[in-house]
Every structure is written in structure tokens, then in C-alpha cells.
Design a protein around this ligand. Structure first.
Ligand code: IMP
Length: 179
């Protein structure tokens, strides 16, 4: 299946499907080593993190559970407002459990900072953070990232779960949007 015709002219491929899948194999191996015998709960952050979570867990060789949370900080804007709201809370009980939060992208870091505070209050045994993409030059609060797919420049990116006004999440590669 190739749906690349959904990418208009101003989208330039930043990370190809092959590079994404290769990196997921590496991250999956690392997580498998770090969580042998622990049955972690992996929490996908909706909406952007769903494809990353789905592909990543299939490279992990340990039993695990999944759950999802939905938070919003952007509304329909491209810059973080800093006001994070929980739109769908966690279902699982993470008290005493090993938890890996799975984000699509860390930009300002405000969403992650909010999640760390919120989830640590449940007293998990270990709380780790995985993100497919990180924009270090935009991050304005201290964040602790345990697993990072790729560091990217300060450009708006779409595809592989990441949206442009709610569309383009189904593209198989990651693109930079040229204005
Ligand atoms: P932060 O709170 O500023 O770190 O923003 C994190 C959230 O903003 C991510 O989970 C994405 O949903 C969204 N976001 C930030 N940068 C981009 C981007 O370049 N493309 C698509 N979504 C983005």
C-alpha cells in the first residue's frame, strides 16, 4: 500500500519509512533489555502517539500492557499554549508498576512535564518516557527522556501519527512542512 499521494508538494520527506522502522527495532531491543521480567504498562499519548506505540510494541520481547491517555495543549494551533488538559484519563492502576509513557513528539516539553507530575502522584515503581521525535531547540523546561527516536530541528513535522490540522496522520513517513 502506498498512500504517498496524500503528501502535497510542500511536504519534504525528513525520515523515511525504512529509517523509522530500523530505529524502532533498536528502541524495542533497548526496552526489552531494560524491562526483562517486569511486564511494563506502556501509555500511549493520543492522538499523535498511537502509530508509534503500535509499531514499537511489536519490537518488544517482553510481556507488556497498554493503556492510553489523551491530553491537549495546542487546540488547533501550532504553538504550545502551556495549558494542558486531560481529555481522557488513564484506565490502568499504575501504582507500583513499571510505566513507559509513549509520546509522538516533545516540543516545548510542557506536556511531558505535566504528565510526569500527574503520573508520579500515582507512585509507579519506574516511570520512563519514550518519544519518537524531540525538538531540543524548542524545549523550554527540563525533561527527562529515556528513549528518543530522532532529534529534529525546529520545523513543523507531519505523518506517522503526527497531524496537520488533524489530517495526514496516516502518512507512512515523516515530512517537514515548508510554508
Ligand atoms: P509540547 O507540550 O510543546 O512538548 O508539545 C507536545 C505536543 O505538541 C505533541 O504531543 C504533538 O501533539 C504536538 N506537536 C508539537 N510539535 C509538533 C509538530 O511538529 N508536528 C505535529 N505535532 C506537534
Amino acid at each position: 500500500m502506498n498512500n504517498e499521494k496524500l503528501a502535497p508538494e510542500n511536504f519534504k520527506v525528513l525520515i523515511s519509512e525504512a529509517r523509522i522502522q530500523q530505529r524502532l527495532r533498536e528502541l524495542g531491543a533497548e526496552i526489552s533489555r531494560d524491562f526483562q521480567d517486569s511486564k511494563p504498562i506502556m501509555i500511549g499519548i493520543l492522538n499523535g502517539g498511537f502509530i508509534f506505540l503500535a509499531d514499537l510494541i511489536r519490537h518488544i520481547e517482553t510481556d507488556l500492557e497498554i493503556d492510553f491517555m489523551r491530553i491537549s495543549s495546542y487546540g488547533n494551533h501550532k504553538e504550545s499554549t502551556g495549558h494542558v488538559k486531560v481529555l481522557k484519563p488513564l484506565s490502568a492502576d499504575i501504582n507500583g508498576r513499571d510505566v513507559i509513557v509513549v509520546e509522538d513528539i516533545v516540543d516545548s516539553g510542557l506536556s511531558l512535564q505535566f504528565l510526569e507530575k500527574l503520573l508520579s502522584a500515582f507512585r509507579p515503581n519506574r516511570l520512563k518516557f519514550a518519544t519518537l521525535l524531540h525538538k531540543p531547540s524548542k524545549t523550554r523546561v527540563p525533561v527527562r527522556l529515556d528513549y528518543v527516536g530522532f532529534e529534529v530541528e525546529d520545523k513543523y513535522v507531519v505523518g506517522y501519527g503526527l497531524d496537520e490540522e488533524q489530517l495526514k496522520r496516516n502518512l507512512r513517513q515523516i515530512y517537514v512542512v515548508n510554508e
